[in-house]
Every structure is written in C-alpha cells, then in structure tokens.
Ligand binder design. Structure first.
Ligand code: CA
Length: 222
C-alpha cells in the first residue's frame, strides 16, 4: 500500500515516513500543495495524508481538486485546527477523517488502517490457501506456524493477497510496494517473490504465487 504525505514541516514528514515504512507502507512526501496535487493525481496512492496549511495551495483546495478525479481514495487531514466549523469544512471538502496535531503515531496508524480496510468481510485477515496474513498484527501464518517476513516481503505479499485472483502487473507492484525514489528496475520483484516462495515453503501442489510470463504475478489457490 502506498501513501502520499503532503506536509511542509520536514520533521513531521520524515517522522511519519519512517514510522509508516516500518509498518511496510511505501511512502512519498510532497512539501507543498501544488507538488502534492500533481503527485496525488497520478492515481498511484492508496491513501493521502494532508496537512491543512501548506505553501502553494492549501490542503483543503488540494482535497477538493483531487476529489473531482478520485472518489474512493481515503484522505486524512493532519491539522492543528480543531474548531467544529473547520473540521466540518474539511470533511465537506471530501476528507474521510482528520487528526489533530500533536498526535500519537499509534493513533494515526489505527486511523489509516481503518481507512484501508476492505469494505466487507473480515477486516484485517487475508488468506491464500493455508497462508493467513493479518494487516493489524503484521503477522503471517502458514497453517499454525508463524512465518517471519521482512517489511518489503510483507508488503509484497499483502499487495498480492489484496488482489487475489487478479494478475498483478510488474509496474503496478513496484508502484504499490516501493516508493517514488525507487529506480524502475522491476527485477527486484523476482528476488522478493523467490524469497517469499522459499519462506512460505510451498509444496508442489501449493504453488499459490504464480508467474504470468511477461506480465507479472498472480496469487491464487489452485
Ligand atoms: Ca503546514
């Protein structure tokens, strides 16, 4: 899952990026409203975190313009403003939630997870054959046994499971799992897929992550 942070206070932006990357999100930062809108309109993000007061254009204006193109991408405001009127104003502009500065990272993380939950079914559990991935606890199990994955391996597996049964193109995988500064050498995906296959110890009849030659990968039960 890839998140865009639009925040002109570099300390806050860097702190958030580090914390979210430790949670296996891919994170990009824009430090003014115009750059933020430009990046957001690329459509490559699963969620936007917007500061309210920004150079260029304000977070509210960014939110309004973004909503003309994208209805479903969740937006959370980071704001020092907490009067009822201004909060309503933000929600009316199309935000899904807001959090007041200063905030605890854990609380923001929970709000992000709520926004990224699948719309129906069990909120945080994804399954693939005898594999279970829990996005709340960040654990992966094969049958009863926990499998230890790196953050990138976890993010890659999460992406494949969220798209179970669909072919995931290599470029889409890179865009979702790695951040904008990553050079577009998609060979890295194969390295991580191999490592996942090894750690998940697929037997011959459990080949749950399949290569779609020339295109990408698909996660599916046989
Ligand atoms: Ca600001």
């Amino acid at each position: 899952m890839r998140i865009l942070i639009v925040e002109d206070e570099h300390g806050i932006a860097a702190f958030l990026k580090q914390g979210l990357e430790e949670e296996a999100y891919a994170v990009d930062i824009a430090d003014d409203g115009k750059k933020g809108l430009h990046l957001a309109l690329s459509g490559e993000y699963d969620l936007l975190l917007l500061d309210w007061m920004l150079p260029g254009i304000s977070g509210i204006e960014l939110c309004r313009q973004f909503r003309k193109e994208f209805n479903d991408t969740p937006i959370i405001f980071l704001t020092a403003r907490d009067t009822v009127d201004e909060t309503v104003f933000g929600l009316q502009a199309g935000a899904n939630d807001y959090i007041k500065k200063p905030f605890h990272f854990e609380e923001l993380l929970e709000r992000i997870k709520v926004q990224l939950r699948p719309k129906s079914g069990d909120h945080s559990l994804f399954t693939l054959g005898n594999i279970t991935l829990n996005t709340d606890t960040h654990q992966v199990y094969k049958e009863e046994k926990e499998v230890s994955l790196t953050q990138k391996e976890f993010a890659l597996l999460e992406f494949l499971l969220r798209n179970k049964g669909k072919v995931c193109r290599r470029t889409r995988i890179i865009e979702s799992v790695w951040d904008i500064h990553f050079e577009y050498n998609t060979g890295i995906i194969d390295v991580y897929i191999n490592s996942l296959r090894k750690k998940l110890q697929f037997s011959d009849d459990e080949n749950y992550i399949q290569t779609v030659r020339g295109v990408g990968y698909i996660a599916q039960e046989k």
